[in-house]
Design a protein around this ligand. Sequence first.
Ligand SMILES: [Zn+2]
Length: 448
Amino acid sequence: MLLAARYVLPVATPHIENGAVLVRDDKIIEIGELDRLKAAHPEEEVRDFGLAALMPGFVDLHTHLEYSAMRGLVDDLPYARWKMQVLEKEGRLSPTDWEDAAYLGALEAIESGITTIADVTETGSSARAVAAGGMRAFIYREVSTTDKAKVPAVLDAARADIAEWGDLGGDLLTPGIAPHATYTCHPELFLSVAEMAVQDNLPVSTHLAGSREEYDFVKYGSSPFAVDYRDTYKIGELGWLPTGVSPVRYVLQWGLLDVPSLLAVHCTQVDDADIEVLAKYDVAIAYCPRCNAKLGMGKAPLVKFLGKGLRVGIGTDSPASNNTMDLFDEMRIGLLLQRAAEGRQDFFVARTFVKMATLDAARALGIDDKVGSLEPGKQADIIAVDMSHGHQIPTAYPYSTLVHTANQENVLFTMVNGVVLFENGDVHTIDRERASSRAEEIRDKLRG
Ligand SMILES: [Zn+2]
């Protein structure tokens, strides 16, 4: 199939006007000008999207599909109180609710041009949803306990799930493990996860240095995480010794940075010494600009991350926190926040953010040899984005149009591994009506 559009954005190389991408089976075969490719392959079916951009699918570097039914549920609380409210509501959901919420999340992701997700889950619902949806995914099994005695059992359960999920999605699904956060994990759990990840070569993800509340808890033993949170979940009696160090240094001391591949999420509360540590251990970072801003978690020092050569991609962190899985919004708000805060010296351009949402995020996961850009030989994870609306024309520079005028509803077409998942407004792999009626039912349960 020859996919064509006014603009083809390979991302790794300059864009092509009136371009096309030749796809055969699951691979990209050739990229170039439409006229030339048509002449060279006269038998090939042509699919022309007109005034649109063909680009690599988005890699959402951090999400929780199964939180999709919690969209808008807790919109106006700072991080620690938001987290406690969400945890309180979670208890009302049945296993089927989690599963259906994850399907809703996969539906939204596919419609929004997301072809790869890095998802954190304890239930495994998102593993099943992405396998059914046909997406590419890293699914990290979340683990947490503040009780040292429970660490072996927690890890055994995780090990069993990881083995099962590995069989679900074939080559498209890579399982990993995710110790939740500093305030929910006993240090012994960090040590044991690190040991397991080294032994089994498992990718690891963790929420790290994501809020002032977390920072104050780890370093000084204060903040709602030291009081309300531990009282509510009856973990206060186990006690907590303030460590006197930052969250990054804390997990460093408990071995977590020794794993072969660590993806740290948020990292808004990091100083220069922390960034040196992250760089030394080649930790990848999920930048979640909208979630960080909405929950008052702070601003990640992106200029410094990129200056140190850290691998950084963009994550949406699920509709429970920022309401939509819209990578366009993430790119736009992420870029504007950085420009507003940094001023002129470190002025990010639109193309940097498109790269961060595609190729750089693939690098963060270590799969940039397969996806993240449009290049012959890579897997065909491709999307088409409409640029023909009144608020988008005339287009001057396609990267700017994408970042400054587009949104998830402009996505026309989503292909993963050469398979069309979304076209003409329909997702082929997930039942939209069921997903939306179940979302309403789950919402009723969560209300109040
Ligand atoms: Zn998260």
